[in-house]
Design a protein around this ligand. Structure first.
Ligand SMILES: C[S@@+](CC[C@H](N)C(=O)[O-])C[C@H]1O[C@@H](n2cnc3c(N)ncnc32)[C@H](O)[C@@H]1O
Length: 272
């Protein structure tokens, strides 16, 4: 549902395994990274923290709270903009991403800003850290909607967090999956079932290989997932479309944003 589609692809809804999702999404983000950073880099800010296409920042929403002195892991960190913000606010931000090319952009921004984000190439379903390493784990439209084995990803998050740790993540608002991914009027008419979890898949026309995958979970699925790993859901932020915001990002636009939520930010805590 991103605005990438560099090659000629056909869109399908069908089941895809974790292996297939990862094999598609890593190379897809490698191919797309240069264009993604060129298109959205200025909006994100080299050391900025934006929670979604509506443009709400962590400075505004305060979803993570005070990060001073905390160990903070960003999963699906891309070029590390958010983790760089964490570092400039006193936290020990670490990045993790599946895409080599996204991480090269992170290195580039480390050099350009002078704020380095130590980062690792890995997947959300196998976090290469000891148990209890972090006070906060977060994703800003990071890995979670690209992962098939979401139960494993949430279990891994719970494992690397310390008691009382915070998990905060933004994803495409689950209600958006009912609508075509179109920023205009056609994107306002529900055409598919909210309860249809069949993944969105792009298949390369030339090779027949799956080239991109996104997974849908309903609001109830997310609550159940978090509760199943002992998280207590403490907030669900549904940012409203700002009055002065006219940027179109993929299927996100003012036309749709003033009527229906585009982003959901879940905030959850482990017991002390
Ligand atoms: C929409 S970008 C968001 C990146 C960053 N938060 C931002 O706002 O620019 C999604 C990122 O998730 C990464 N990603 C996708 N699947 C992943 C996985 N299984 N594990 C870790 N990262 C993944 C992609 O490589 C990409 O950099």
């Amino acid at each position: 549902m991103e605005d990438h589609q560099p090659q000629s692809v056909r869109v399908e809804r069908r089941p895809v395994s974790e292996r297939e999702s990862r094999r598609a999404n890593g190379p897809d983000w490698d191919r797309y990274a240069d264009e993604y950073q060129a298109t959205h880099g200025a909006f994100l800010g080299d050391a900025g923290f934006v929670w979604g296409p509506e443009g709400h920042t962590e400075d505004e929403l305060r979803v993570l709270g005070d990060v001073t002195g905390l160990d903070v892991l960003e999963v699906g960190s891309g070029a590390g903009q958010c983790s760089r913000w964490v570092r400039t606010h006193g936290g020990r931000g670490i990045g993790l991403d599946l895409s080599h090319r996204q991480l090269q952009h992170s290195l580039r921004l480390d050099a350009e800003t002078g704020v380095a984000v130590p980062s690792v190439r890995a997947t959300a379903t196998a976090l290469p850290f000891a148990s209890g390493s972090f006070d906060v784990v977060f994703c800003s439209f990071g890995a979670l909607q690209f992962v098939s084995e979401i139960d494993t990803a949430v279990a891994e998050t719970a494992r690397v967090l310390r008691p009382g740790g915070r998990f905060a993540f933004s994803v495409t608002h689950p209600t958006r999956w009912m609508f075509p991914d179109d920023p205009g009027e056609p994107g306002l008419t529900a055409t598919q079932s909210y309860w249809d979890r069949t993944p969105y898949v792009e298949v390369d026309d030339a090779t027949g290989v799956v080239s991109y995958v996104e997974h849908h979970r309903t609001l109830g699925d997310w609550v159940r997932l978090l509760a199943g790993h002992r998280f207590r859901l403490t907030d669900l932020v549904e940012p409203e479309w700002p009055a002065d915001h006219d940027r179109v990002w993929g299927g996100w636009s003012r036309t749709r944003g003033v009527l229906t939520p585009g982003t959901a930010i879940f905030v959850a805590h482990l017991p002390d």
